[in-house]
Write a protein that binds this ligand. Structure first.
Ligand code: GLU
Length: 498
């Protein structure tokens, strides 16, 4: 294994960071931390046409929110800043370096200028298609003499620089997950290194930067595995040592079984955060999307992941993206929050649902949130779950009828409950107190528990499922007018049953 472990996450700013990208970044981060190495963030923004405004900010802010601190590269500090000794870390600021390196290869005869027009290349492709040959550049410009090339360059003729791939060479590398991979150079095109807009291609830039930034492990999605032989040829042409390659298995949709589509908005990391998945839960969940610990432990914080992570336990086959499991992790981490953290995290979601917690006492709000804490899967569910505490619910009469009982018997039990509740002093509206009293009332009157508690719960919430009536009344009990609210709702239910 290389001595100094340096990993890098190298996203292209072509849209919102995707959950698969975050997983790649997480594994790179874990491997670097585990080995006291360095984790680098590098932005591959040389495809000007595909760059999307705001994506750089999105990536850097998400790193910040997830505490995936990169030792080098851009980072968030009220704006984008950069640190590290191997910068700049935005490829668009390194254009001269790529040109210099491409020219080194030209000087060595390992690369050449190509002046072919789009039309010629198109004809060539069509010809090859007709002959059922793989599309490949035919090295036409390799035959130009040095003076012809010079003359064309002096006349500023449009051109690219291509790698001169020699046929008959074996290209092999050892991937940590996939093992030995070998192809013949005949399958590889004379790939473009510098485009006609004088920007480098991904292939050139990635190899030059991984080398100059002393990257020891290239950990990336397996969609890049077919590009790796091209990169190997470049390493050879430069005479550089290869990094270790690790191509991660894909993440598959549970519904289609196909690769999770990269640019679908709903798989962007931001959309998961907006729905109210906690960063800790997302990280824990994605850690398992392609890796398993040695034990059966499922819950790991970032520090524990660093300890436990190993490249040997990465899987070869695709990981199924199971949202139920993500919900499970999220519930777990929500349950772990203390009440003030929970309140702080839920406040924006309450406000989104037009509930302003600042208009109520802290005790009332915290009791409500504590009641829901164990039931929440996502923070964004909170508004709809607790709305009945803030406004009278609306519901259909039928919801009041418990199982096989009748409208008449429900009406009767609610009416006597109403009289009973009226007789209780306001300060008795506390859970334990109330529970005992109502249970006694049910017994004394010979009523059926379900015929009282079910319609009472519905009257209070208007919901098919909610916490139990005693817990809810206990929350209302902290309000000055708690008793009134409860009686008003019981009254509304009675009216609905007439
Ligand atoms: N810029 C590439 C991407 O966005 C990086 C591929 C690599 O890690 O080499 O996926």
């Amino acid at each position: 294994m290389p001595k100094d472990i340096r990993t890098r996450f190298a996203p292209s700013p072509t849209g919102m960071l995707h959950i698969g990208g975050l997983r790649t970044a997480l594994y790179e981060y874990l491997w670097a931390r585990k080995n006291n190495g360095k984790f680098i963030l590098r932005i591959e923004d040389t495809d000007v046409k595909r760059s999307v405004a705001g994506s750089l900010e999105n990536i850097v802010q998400i790193f910040d929110e997830f505490k995936l601190t990169a030792d080098e590269g851009p980072y968030w500090d009220n704006g984008i800043k950069e640190r590290g000794d191997y910068g700049p870390y935005l490829q668009s600021k390194r254009l001269d370096l790529y040109k210099q390196h491409a020219h080194q290869l030209v000087a060595k005869g390992a690369a050449y200028h190509c002046f072919c027009s789009e039309e010629r290349l198109k004809r060539l492709r069509e010809d090859q298609q007709a002959k059922k040959q793989p599309p490949k550049y035919d090295k036409h410009c390799l035959n130009l003499s040095a003076s012809e090339v010079k003359a064309k360059l002096e006349q500023s003729e449009g051109h690219v620089i291509r790698l001169n791939v020699k046929p008959g060479e074996k290209i092999g590398f050892e991937d940590v997950i996939h093992g030995k991979i070998e192809i013949m150079s005949d399958e590889v095109d004379d790939q473009i290194l510098i485009k006609s807009d004088s920007y480098p291609t991904y292939h050139l830039a990635v190899v030059v930067d991984d080398y100059l930034m002393k990257i020891s492990h290239v950990i990336r999605a397996d969609e890049w595995i077919s590009s790796t032989p091209k990169h190997i040829l470049l390493y050879r042409a430069f005479g550089w040592e290869l990094p270790v390659f690790v191509h991660l298995p894909p993440i598959l949709s549970k519904v289609t079984g196909k690769k999770l589509a990269k640019r679908e908005g709903e798989v962007s990391v931001r959309s998961f955060l907006d729905k109210g998945y906690l960063p800790e839960a997302i990280l824990n969940f994605i850690a398992f999307q392609g890796w398993n610990p040695k034990s059966t432990q499922e819950v790991f914080n970032l520090r524990e992941l660093v300890q436990e992570f190993s490249l040997e336990k990465l899987n070869k086959s695709g990981a199924i993206f199971d949202l139920d499991k993500l919900d499970w992790y999220n519930s777990h981490y929500i349950r772990d929050l203390d009440i003030s953290e929970l309140t702080a995290k839920l406040t924006p979601y309450l406000k989104q649902a037009d509930i302003n917690p600042e208009n109520y006492s802290q005790e009332f709000i915290q009791k409500i949130l504590a009641l829901e804490q164990a039931r929440l899967k996502k923070l964004s569910e909170i508004g709809e779950r607790v709305r009945y505490f803030f406004e009278d619910p609306s519901y259909e009469q039928g919801l009041l009828i418990w199982k096989k009982s009748t409208k008449e018997s429900i009406l009767k039990s609610l009416e006597s409950l109403q009289v009973f509740l009226q007789s209780l002093p306001s300060n008795k509206f506390k859970k334990n107190n109330l529970e005992d009293q109502i249970k006694k009332f049910i017994q004394d009157r010979g009523l059926k528990t379900g015929e009282v508690l079910w319609p009472l719960r519905v009257a209070l919430t208007g919901l098919e499922a909610s916490p139990g009536p005693f817990e809810i009344m206990d929350v209302f009990g902290v309000l000055e007018n708690g008793k009134e609210i409860i009686l008003k709702r019981v009254n509304t239910a009675i009216e609905k049953l007439f």
